[in-house]
Structures are given as structure tokens and as C-alpha cells.
Design a protein around this ligand. Structure first.
Ligand SMILES: NC(=O)c1ccc[n+]([C@@H]2O[C@H](COP(=O)([O-])OP(=O)(O)OC[C@H]3O[C@@H](n4cnc5c(N)ncnc54)[C@H](OP(=O)(O)O)[C@@H]3O)[C@@H](O)[C@H]2O)c1
Length: 247
């Protein structure tokens, strides 16, 4: 029998999240779409219902409201008739050099990318432990594999998310709950359009198609795209600081 595919997806109003929603709905997933921009979510939900005939619901959510993240998991489960997975994808990339007066940007980055993601994943893990099955997915980044210049808080948020998923996986092993850690390189979205350099950039449709495939197959961990990031991601921690500083 096919696995049920009722998922909560955060960060669904733009970029990877919106493109991923299209890919997953096309694969037969029912989705609760969450983000702050409710108007974008309603437009996307209408499109997905019309194109794919899936059950798609809209959940306005600010992931820095941690109690609301807990509620969102219950609301998604009620609206979809159960919940089989959560995809913690919402994120921001506010850059700024350390000591440059950017503490507020750093705080918001950590609160959104790390604590917001954990708030959603933790609430889902509680439900999944109760029901004895589920799938936790986190969209981290290659930037979490090595601290890069001018993105200290972003790299720290993604490194924290990687560790969180690794720990969670050890706890959930053998309990019927899968975990998937997604490690994108550069995917063309509003998040990085202002960046001076975006090496090995791929378009968002291709990125989302690859991520959807990894989610559907419940891969434990995946670089996106695999080439060259699976190699570079492993190499980055080994490179001397003098080389990383030139990035
Ligand atoms: N693009 C890349 O190259 C790349 C590479 C590595 C990792 N990633 C990761 O991929 C994820 C998606 O990024 P993207 O590139 O698709 O960027 P994006 O187009 O800017 O989308 C970010 C999404 O996150 C949501 N979001 C931001 N803050 C939120 C908050 N406080 N509460 C709820 N939702 C929030 C936004 O929705 P609202 O503004 O409507 O709330 C939006 O839907 C992020 O975690 C990012 O770090 C991206």
C-alpha cells in the first residue's frame, strides 16, 4: 500500500517552498501551506487544487511565534485528516560581518532558521511518536557545513539545524519515524538574488524537483544538486581558513 502523503510545508509562499509544493502536489501529496504572506499561499493553493485536485490548506504562520508552530502541527493534522510529514523550509539569509552592528539581523536569522525550524519539527516529532510513524524534513544548507565569511549567523543557523537533525535521527531510529536532511547549494530564489556570487546556480524548478524526489524516497541526507555539492560539502570543512576567507 502507498504511504499516506499529508505534509505540512513551511516557507511555502516563495522560492523553493512554492516550487516544492507544486512538485509534491503533482506527486499526489496533500499539503498544509504555511508562511506569513497569506495572499501568496491562497493563490498557490487555488492553483494546486485546480491542477492536481489535491487537498491543499492554507496556514498563516510566523515561525518565530513558537507556540503558533506547535498549533500549526495540530491544525494541519485536523485539516488534512492526519499528518505524515513536516518540511521545515522557512528561512531568511540576512548577511553582515561580525562586529558590524548587525546583531539584530543575526538574532532574527537564528530565531527563524534554527529555533523556528526546531519549534515545528519538535511539535511534529511529538505527534509522530504518538502515532508511531512520520517523516521529519529539514532544509538546511551547504553553508552549515563550514562557516563562510559575512554569513556567520546564517551558517550557524544551518549548522545547528544539521546537528539537530543528526541527533533527532539517532533518537528516532527504529521507531517508524524517518528524517531527511536537505543540503542545497545555490538555487535561484529571492533569498540570494542580491548576492554578488552564486556558484553552480540552478533554477528553482530543478532544485524543487530534486528535493521532492529526495523527500518522496525518504533519503536520510541529500545535497542539491548532488554534483558538485556532495563533493564540495565534504571538502569545505577540510579547507584552510585562508582559502575560505577569500570566498
Ligand atoms: N535559495 C538557495 O540557494 C538556498 C540554499 C540553501 C538553503 N536554502 C534554504 O531554503 C529555504 C527556502 O529559501 P528560499 O531560497 O526559497 O527563499 P525565499 O524565496 O526567500 O523563501 C523563504 C520562505 O520562508 C518564509 N519565511 C521567512 N521567514 C518566515 C517566518 N518568520 N515565518 C514563516 N515563514 C517565513 C517566507 O515566507 P513569508 O515571507 O511569506 O513568511 C518564504 O516562503 C530557506 O531555509 C533557505 O535557508 C536556500
Amino acid at each position: 500500500m502507498d504511504q499516506a502523503k499529508r505534509y505540512l510545508l513551511t516557507g511555502a509562499s516563495s522560492g523553493i517552498g512554492a516550487a516544492l509544493a507544486r512538485e509534491l502536489a503533482g506527486k499526489g501529496y496533500d499539503l498544509a501551506l504555511a508562511a506569513r504572506r497569506e495572499d501568496h499561499l491562497h493563490l498557490l493553493a487555488a492553483e494546486l487544487k485546480a491542477r492536481f485536485g489535491r487537498n491543499i490548506v492554507v496556514l498563516p504562520l510566523d515561525v518565530t511565534d513558537y507556540a503558533a508552530c506547535q498549533d500549526a502541527v495540530g491544525l494541519a493534522a485536523n485539516a488534512l485528516g492526519g499528518l505524515d510529514g513536516v518540511i521545515a523550509n522557512a528561512g531568511i539569509a540576512l548577511t553582515g560581518k561580525a562586529g558590524g552592528g548587525h546583531f539584530e539581523r543575526a538574532r532574527l536569522t537564528l530565531e527563524t532558521n534554527l529555533i523556528g525550524a526546531i519549534a515545528c519539527l519538535d511539535a511534529a516529532a511529538a505527534l509522530f511518536r504518538q502515532q508511531g510513524h512520520g517523516h521529519l524534513v529539514a532544509v538546511a544548507s551547504v553553508a552549515g557545513k563550514r562557516g563562510l565569511p559575512h554569513t556567520a549567523a546564517y551558517s550557524a543557523s544551518k549548522a545547528g539545524l544539521i546537528s539537530y537533525m543528526e541527533s533527532t535521527r539517532t533518537e528516532l531510529l527504529g521507531k517508524g519515524i524517518d528524517t531527511s536532511l536537505i543540503l542545497p547549494g545555490f538555487i535561484d530564489t529571492p533569498l540570494n538574488r542580491e548576492m554578488a556570487s552564486r556558484p553552480f546556480l540552478i533554477d528553482v524548478e530543478r532544485g524543487a524537483a530534486l528535493i521532492a524526489k529526495h523527500i518522496d524516497k525518504r533519503h536520510v541526507s541529500a545535497y542539491v544538486p548532488g554534483w558538485p555539492w556532495a563533493v564540495l560539502g565534504r571538502l569545505l570543512p577540510l579547507l584552510p581558513t585562508s582559502i575560505i576567507a577569500k570566498f
